[in-house]
Design a protein around this ligand. Structure first.
Ligand SMILES: Cc1cc2nc3c(=O)[nH]c(=O)nc-3n(C[C@H](O)[C@H](O)[C@H](O)COP(=O)(O)OP(=O)(O)OC[C@H]3O[C@@H](n4cnc5c(N)ncnc54)[C@H](O)[C@@H]3O)c2cc1C
Length: 201
């Protein structure tokens, strides 16, 4: 019997789900689908850029910290210690109240895909989606890419963020320069000026 909080998915064998956008939202959807499904479900995770990073976790600057404590960043509400455990298993002295670098969380998201995908269940596609259309009722969806290629899917999840073409890198996201907690952009420590910068997105 699956745990009560684990959704049981009804699906045809080899049903294809296209997840468009592989930031935190799309990656978590893909990971949950893979975790909940038995073999046979295929997830195609598409991003025009790198997978499992998105707006918040694409930074490579270790001074850019999560603004939510590690104990609240698990991908699974039925396993709230998952992220902390994952960090510790990699030699980090992470406590539930610590604010880990955002790039580490991107590594965690990426690791979820590897953890839950059985061979053949997950395909990572790097391309820009321009449309999702359905030929007719009960017809599969066509996901079309900018380069003219396309794929068929039985279902699609659109998780493309708010797409302001903005990557929050650079020193302006460091509160340590404004007298906050070193390397942490916890909103509790943001100055009015830095809070305004964050809301520009
Ligand atoms: C500086 C900063 C710090 C943050 N810190 C935290 C934190 O500590 N904890 C927390 O919980 N949240 C945090 N957030 C909020 C966090 O960004 C969001 O919760 C989450 O990352 C949003 O993810 P998303 O997948 O919805 O969107 P995005 O991260 O924007 O991902 C969308 C993805 O879709 C792709 N995409 C867009 N259009 C297309 C297309 N046409 N075809 C293919 N791919 C496409 C993009 O390339 C991108 O990878 C932070 C946000 C910022 C900006």
């Amino acid at each position: 019997m699956p745990a009560a909080s684990t959704p049981t998915l009804r699906r045809r064998p080899s049903e294809v789900v296209a997840v468009i956008g592989a930031g935190a939202s799309g990656t978590l959807v893909a990971a949950h689908l893979l975790r909940a499904s038995q073999r046979g479900w295929r997830v195609i995770l598409v991003d025009r850029e790198s997978h499992a990073r998105g707006a918040a976790y694409s930074t490579r600057d270790p001074r850019h910290r999560l603004n939510v404590a590690a104990g609240r960043m698990s991908a699974f509400d039925d396993d709230p210690d998952d992220f902390v455990r994952w960090c510790r298993a990699r030699g980090r002295a992470t406590g539930e109240h610590d604010y880990e670098p955002r790039q580490i969380y991107g590594d965690y998201l990426r690791g979820l895909l590897e953890r839950f995908a059985s061979p053949g269940e997950l395909e990572l596609v790097r391309n820009r989606v321009v449309s999702v259309t359905r030929g007719g009722e009960r017809q599969p969806l066509t996901v079309a890419f900018r380069d003219g290629r396309s794929l068929r899917a039985d279902a699609a999840v659109v998780a493309i963020g708010n797409d302001r073409g903005h990557r929050p890198d650079g020193d302006r996201y460091l509160t340590q320069r404004r007298g906050g907690v070193p390397g942490c952009d916890d909103p509790r420590h943001l100055t009015p000026r830095s809070a305004a910068v964050c809301s520009e997105r």
